[in-house]
Ligand binder design. Structure first.
Ligand code: UD1
Length: 422
C-alpha cells in the first residue's frame, strides 16, 4: 500500500487546476443506462471511483471508453447484457446504487446489491427505495439484494423526501425522466452535482424544472437521446486546495474555481482571515494574518457548509488561534480524522456530533493513517503546517477522490512525496 510523506516547509505559491467533480461524474455515468444513444462526458476526473463505476457499467454490458488520458468518457448502453449490479463491485463504492433508478426506468427490472455500511456511518438507502416505490416500483429485499420490478413501467408521482439526500434525489430524478406522467420531488437536494445531472439529462431530452431548488418537477418522456456534457468543477477538491495556502500561508490560484460552488465555505474562510478573490481563471486564495482565527462550522446540505469539507477545515482549525466548534449534522461518525490529527499535536475533544478544537501554536509531523477519503486529505493539509515529516498511510482512500495530489501541491512548493508499496 502506498503512503505519502509531507514535510512542512512554509508558504505555498502557485496555480492548481481543479478537476471535474467526482460526485457529479458518478451520477452522470449511470445516466448512460437511460438511453441506447452514446453519452460523452468531458472534464472527467481520473480517479479510482470513476474506474469502479466504469467496471460496474461494464459488468452490465455497457461500453465505457476512457479517452484523452481519462478526461473524456465515451459511454454507450446500446446492448446491455445484464441488469444485475453485483455485491463484489457495489461493496467497493456506495454510489453503485445509482444504477438502480436508470435500469428500472428503462428496462422495468433491476437487481442491485445493497451497499451496506461504511466508515462514516450506517448510510442506509431507504430513501432511494421509497422514492422508486412511490413511482410504482415493486421491491423485494432478499439475500442482500434489492430485486426491483415495474411491470407496466414507472409512473409519475409526488414524493417528499423526509430528509435531504443527494443520492436518493439523483436516483429518483433519473428514474422519473422515463416514468409515465409528472413526478414532483419535494425536499430534493440542491447540490451543484444535482444541477449538473439535470443539465445533462435535459440535453438528453428530459423535461425537468426546478434544478437547484428543493422542488424538482419532471415530465416523463418515452425515450432519451445521447449527449455530450462537461462535468462541473469539483467543489470539494476546490475547497480542499483553497485550504492549502490558508494552512501553510502563501497564495494559490485554483483554476476553474467558482464562488457559487463554495460560498458557505468561503464565508468561513474569510472569517478565519483568508482572502478569496475571483479571477478570470478561478479563485485566488491567500492568508492575510500570521495565524488563522478560530471559526465555528455546522455542516448542512447545500447551500450550507459541506460535510465533505469538514475534515479539511478541522485540519486548518488545529493551528488556528482560539477554540472552534465543528458540528457534523450529516453523518453520525465523521470525526475519525480527529484522533489522527491529535497524533500530530492537535487538541480536539469529540462528543457525539460535536468537535471542539483548541488551536495549538505548532503541529508536529507524525505517522498517521487515513480512514476515509476526506480524512486522508485533511492529514495531508495538516502535514503542510507541521514541523517535521508526516507520513500518511492507506492512501488508497485518497486516490478514490483526488488526482495527482503530489503534483498539484508540489507545483506550489510543498515537499510531498509518494512512497510506493509501503
Ligand atoms: C453524497 C456524496 C458524499 C457526501 C454526501 C452528503 C456522492 C457519490 N457522495 O453521498 O460525498 O458526503 O452526499 O453531501 O455524491 N440517508 C438516509 N437514507 C437514504 C439516503 C441517505 O437516511 O436512503 C442519510 C445518510 O445516512 C446521511 C444523509 O441522509 O445521513 C445524507 O446522505 P446523502 O445525501 O444521501 O449522501 P450520499 O448521496 O450517500
Amino acid at each position: 500500500m502506498d503512503s505519502i510523506v509531507i514535510t512542512g516547509n512554509g508558504p505555498l505559491n502557485g496555480v492548481i487546476p481543479i478537476a471535474g467533480a467526482k460526485n457529479a461524474c458518478l451520477t452522470l455515468m449511470p445516466a448512460t443506462l437511460l438511453t441506447d444513444q452514446p453519452l460523452t462526458l468531458t472534464n472527467a476526473p481520473r480517479l479510482s471511483d470513476i474506474r469502479t463505476m466504469s467496471q460496474l457499467l461494464g459488468s452490465l454490458g455497457a461500453e465505457v471508453a476512457s479517452l484523452q488520458d481519462g478526461k473524456v468518457l465515451a459511454l454507450s448502453s446500446h446492448d446491455l447484457t445484464s441488469h444485475r449490479a453485483d455485491y463484489e463491485i457495489v461493496r467497493k463504492m456506495r454510489a453503485s446504487i445509482l444504477v438502480l433508478g436508470p435500469l428500472l426506468a428503462r428496462y422495468g427490472h433491476a437487481v442491485v446489491s445493497l451497499p451496506g455500511g461504511c466508515a462514516i456511518g450506517a448510510r442506509p438507502v431507504d430513501l432511494h427505495l421509497r422514492a422508486l416505490e412511490a413511482m410504482g416500483a415493486q421491491l423485494d429485499l432478499r439475500e442482500g439484494y434489492v430485486h426491483a420490478t415495474a411491470p407496466g413501467g414507472l409512473r409519475g408521482a409526488r414524493f417528499r423526501f423526509p430528509l435531504v439526500s443527494v443520492g436518493a434525489t439523483e436516483n429518483a430524478l433519473m428514474a422519473a425522466t422515463l416514468a409515465k406522467g409528472t413526478t414532483i420531488l419535494e425536499n430534493a437536494a440542491r447540490e451543484p452535482e444535482i444541477v449538473d445531472l439535470a443539465r445533462c439529462l435535459m440535453r438528453m431530452g428530459a423535461q425537468i424544472e426546478g434544478a437547484g431548488t428543493s422542488t424538482l418537477t419532471i415530465e416523463g418522456v418515452s425515450s432519451l437521446s445521447g449527449a455530450t456534457h462537461a462535468v462541473v468543477t469539483d467543489r470539494i477538491e476546490l475547497g480542499t486546495y483553497m485550504l492549502a495556502p490558508a494552512i501553510a500561508g502563501g497564495e494559490v490560484e485554483c483554476l476553474g474555481g467558482r464562488l457559487d460552488l463554495v460560498q458557505a465555505f468561503v464565508d468561513k474562510l474569510e472569517q478565519a482571515g483568508v482572502e478569496v478573490v475571483e479571477t478570470s481563471r478561478g479563485l485566488k486564495v491567500s492568508r492575510k494574518t500570521d495565524r488563522l482565527r478560530a471559526v465555528n462550522v455546522d455542516t448542512e446540505p447545500f447551500p450550507g457548509f459541506p460535510t465533505d469539507l469538514q475534515a479539511q477545515f478541522m485540519a486548518a482549525m488545529c493551528a488556528a488561534e482560539g477554540e472552534s466548534v465543528l458540528q457534523e449534522h450529516i453523518f453520525e461518525n465523521r470525526f475519525m480524522h480527529a484522533p489522527e490529527l491529535m497524533r500530530m499535536g492537535a487538541r480536539i475533544d469529540v462528543h457525539g456530533g460535536t468537535a471542539r478544537v483548541t488551536g495549538v501554536d505548532q503541529l508536529r509531523g507524525a505517522p498517521v493513517m487515513a480512514t476515509d477519503l476526506r480524512a486522508s486529505v485533511s492529514l495531508i493539509l495538516a502535514g503542510l503546517a507541521a514541523r517535521g515529516d508526516t507520513v500518511v498511510s492507506r492512501v488508497y482512500h485518497l486516490d478514490r477522490g483526488y488526482e495527482h495530489v503530489e503534483q498539484k501541491l508540489g507545483a506550489c512548493g510543498a515537499r510531498i512525496e509518494r512512497i510506493t508499496g509501503s
